[in-house]
Design a protein around this ligand. Structure first.
Ligand SMILES: N=c1c2ncn([C@@H]3O[C@H](COP(=O)(O)OP(=O)(O)OP(=O)(O)O)[C@@H](O)[C@H]3O)c2ncn1[C@@H]1O[C@H](COP(=O)(O)O)[C@@H](O)[C@H]1O
Length: 118
């Protein structure tokens, strides 16, 4: 029997996006932005995540709701792309979020440290 905690809590549009991103890993960079970013490498993808996050912050502060939604979608796409480039699956993140459910943000969550890296 599968451990309940090992099962991703829910299917999600980000799971579908992750699959689509994986399917584009070896596509033609001329026709696929995802393939172009994979070819550029993890550092460039991580940089894009940072840029998109800043754009989210700017639109939130400006109070531009529609722009905030659009930039948030850009951020989530690039974050999902960064997971794919870093051998992280959405389920890994869903499990971590589920583990935190009901635990106060003030409580020690036992976050991973660099020393725990495998
Ligand atoms: N969700 C997205 C998505 N969100 C944003 N973007 C692209 O991310 C880019 C970000 O825009 P920027 O202006 O910041 O960057 P840029 O100037 O185009 O590129 P840089 O040279 O600066 O990196 C734009 O080209 C957007 O089109 C996305 N590209 C792809 N997807 C998904 O990925 C799927 C596969 O797309 P392709 O790989 O292009 O076939 C699509 O069907 C979508 O589901």
């Amino acid at each position: 029997m599968t451990e309940p905690s090992m099962t991703p809590p829910t299917a999600h549009i980000l799971d579908q996006l992750f699959s689509r991103i994986e399917s584009k890993r070896k596509a033609d960079p001329e026709t696929s932005y995802t393939a172009k970013m994979f070819a550029r490498g993890t550092h460039k993808i991580a940089q894009k995540v940072g840029e998109e996050a800043v754009e989210v912050v700017i639109e939130a502060i400006r109070g531009k709701r529609k722009r905030l939604v659009s930039e948030s979608a850009d951020l989530l796409y690039h974050l999902t792309l960064l997971w794919a480039a870093s051998d992280v699956e959405p389920g890994d993140v869903w499990r971590e979020l589920a583990r935190r459910e009901g635990v106060s943000g003030y409580a020690h969550l036992g976050r991973e440290t660099d020393d725990d890296e495998d």
